[in-house]
Design a binder for this molecule. Structure first.
Ligand code: ADP
Length: 588
């Protein structure tokens, strides 16, 4: 048997070993008292006549009461200690898992759905909780009761113990057999739970789309089917468990029945008293019950093993390496040398192919091209989300792969123009740009002013403390953009990546956003994934991409002169469609 998976889970107990030791102590005390009870009952039965004559001695009553109170206190304490230990373990495990996941390279999130990961973080971790509290606490208790009970049985009558001697190995064997099939199935259950989490997350995230296309029933159907698969897998496991429970019960009653008949025969021969038989049956019940819970524990442990396989696989993932050069400043000079790239998910298709490009510090370069041309891929590589597959990207004289990812990102900021804000206050959303140090309120406000956001923020009753996001104030597209600009301003990067919105803002908003952007872009190298002709026309240089290659570059005027070039074609298309130059370009 491979013990590594078992040890790996048991290692989770290490941080709470103090609590567990105390819990074990309480458990030991409880079991000792419990083991005394059948003996006491036997004594009462065999001395019934005597007790009737002289009454129950007061010290006996006091002793029994004391034992009952002690037992109650020990069980409460044991319950609390085990449960709290397990809650701590669950929390630690969730944090470990989250820490590993959030540090994975972006490519990892191309392969794993957010809903699936959330499910791993909750449902799978919960499985550990169950087997560690209910399971581990029970198994230890059962072991003690089992050991003590067997000793008592042998002391009472070795002969009468024979039927039980048969039952116990059979039930343990059954437990082991069923446990092995549980593991595989539990893994399937957790996968289908994760799958249904993924479906739910996707529909919640796109709830506006679902409503807009009247897809509520379709969504219910898809979720129903995914959840149904989870049910199917879970029921298969439950059926096995039910069969196992039933067989165990049958065996148990057969063993007790044999003991009773055999015991009655021994009483008839004067070799056993009625009290002794009663005590014997009580001990036998304890022993068989603990044997069944040992067998059951094995199955539940195997279920946990299966349910948590994926967690441990994820925990073993190395976090992204964060070492490398950390230049204090960068001028903003960029150089792509024959860069090629394929997404790990689509190795057959080159997203970039032989891209060579030089950008001077402070220059504004607009990337244009039809959808899928490779514009966002260039941004992804600049942000260090993926290493280039071929060629080199140089920041000043530093090869991007030699720079520490965190250091690289300190000098590069992304402004998405349909930006996401976190649930929290406006000030928190702006401060998000600088995790390394405390940012003062003055700094936040200064950036917001330059991003043309200060005035609209102050118009809210709570000003910078206004809560935005899901539960808070809904901001307009233009307001979100200006907060994103303030965020990038605070970061103060040498290189700016703008991902322009494809949807148009109204003219007043557009003017404010543009003024904020102009302030932000001043003195920085800017790469714009451009969708608006006004942006393109004002860029220092335009790079036209098609199929992952650069097919033209130059200023607007230069490119227009090449009448049969891709750029001129794009412009003709644009004018024909919109009749003006400031419309979004995406349709081209
Ligand atoms: P653009 O930004 O110009 O619209 P992209 O850079 O997003 O184009 O895409 C370039 C190519 O890479 C496209 O063929 C696209 O389908 C593919 N692609 C983009 N992102 C991914 C991804 N995460 N995984 C796999 N393929 C991708």
């Amino acid at each position: 048997m491979n013990v590594a998976p078992h040890l790996e889970r048991l290692r989770l107990l290490r941080p709470v070993k103090g609590r567990l030791a105390a819990a074990l102590l309480c458990m030991g005390a409880g079991v000792l008292i419990q083991l005394g009870f059948p003996r006491a009952i036997a004594w009462f039965i065999d001395h019934a006549a005597q007790l009737q004559q002289h009454g129950i001695p007061p010290h006996l009553v006091l002793g029994m009461l004391g034992a009952a109170v002690l037992l109650a206190a020990a069980s409460s304490l044991r319950f609390y200690l085990f449960q709290s230990a397990s809650q701590h373990i669950v929390l630690r495990l969730r944090r470990q898992l989250f820490d590993v996941l959030i540090r994975q390279p972006i490519g990892f999130f191309d392969q794993h759905h957010v809903g699936e990961l959330t499910s791993r973080l909750h449902a799978d971790v919960l499985a550990v909780h169950e087997s560690l509290t209910v399971g581990a606490a029970n198994v230890l208790r059962s072991l003690c009761v089992f050991g003590g009970g067997v000793a008592m049985l042998l002391a009472l009558s070795p002969l009468l113990s024979l039927p039980l001697a048969l039952f116990i190995p059979v039930s343990l064997y059954l437990g082991k057999r069923s446990g092995n099939s549980y593991r595989q199935r539990a893994r399937e259950v957790q996968s289908s739970v994760a799958e249904s989490g993924k479906v739910a997350q996707e529909h919640f995230a796109n709830v506006r789309l679902v409503h807009a296309f009247n897809q509520q029933a379709g969504a219910s159907g898809r979720y129903g089917r995914a959840a149904g698969r989870a049910l199917g897998a879970a029921l298969a496991n439950v059926r096995l468990a039910a069969l196992f429970q039933g067989s165990l019960q049958l065996l148990l009653y057969l063993a007790l029945l044999c003991t009773l008949c055999f015991g009655a025969w021994l009483i008839g021969r004067g070799e056993l008293t009625v009290g002794q038989l009663t005590a014997f049956i009580l001990y036998a019940t304890m022993v068989t019950e603990s044997a069944s819970s040992l067998a059951e524990f094995w199955s539940s442990w195997m279920r946990t093993l299966g349910a948590t396989d994926r967690i441990f696989e994820l925990l073993r993932l190395a976090p992204r390496a964060e070492d490398g050069l950390q230049p204090a400043t960068l001028s903003g000079r960029l150089r792509f040398e024959d860069v090629g790239f394929r997404y790990p998910q689509r190795p057959a298709q080159a997203a970039l192919d032989g891209v060579s490009l030089q950008v001077a510090p402070g220059e504004t370069v607009a990337l244009v091209g039809s959808s899928g041309a490779g514009k966002s891929t260039i941004a992804n590589l600049l942000l260090g989300h993926y290493p280039p597959g071929a060629g080199r990207i140089l920041f000043d004289a530093f090869d991007a792969t030699a720079l520490a990812p965190a250091a690289l990102r300190r000098h590069v900021a992304l402004v998405e123009q349909e930006p996401s804000l976190f649930s929290g206050t406006i000030a928190e959303n702006i401060r998000f740009a600088v995790p390394e140090r405390e940012v003062t309120q003055e700094e936040v406000e200064a950036c917001a002013r330059r991003a043309q956001a200060h005035d609209f923020i102050l118009a809210f009753p709570d000003g910078y403390e206004t809560v935005v996001g899901e539960r808070g104030v809904q901001l307009s597209g233009g307001q979100k953009q200006r907060i994103a600009i303030a965020r990038a301003m605070l970061r103060d990067p040498a290189i700016l990546i703008l991902d322009e919105a494809t949807s148009a803002l109204d003219a007043a908003s557009e003017t404010l956003v543009q003024a904020g952007l102009d302030n932000l872009m001043r003195g920085r190298t800017t790469i714009v994934i451009a969708h608006r002709l006004s942006t393109i026309v004002h860029a220092d240089r335009i790079v036209v991409l098609a199929g992952g290659r650069i097919c033209q570059q130059g200023s607007h005027a230069e490119l227009l002169r090449q009448a049969d070039g891709a750029y001129a074609e794009l412009m003709r298309h644009q004018l024909a469609q919109y009749g003006r130059l400031d419309a979004p370009l995406e349709a081209a």
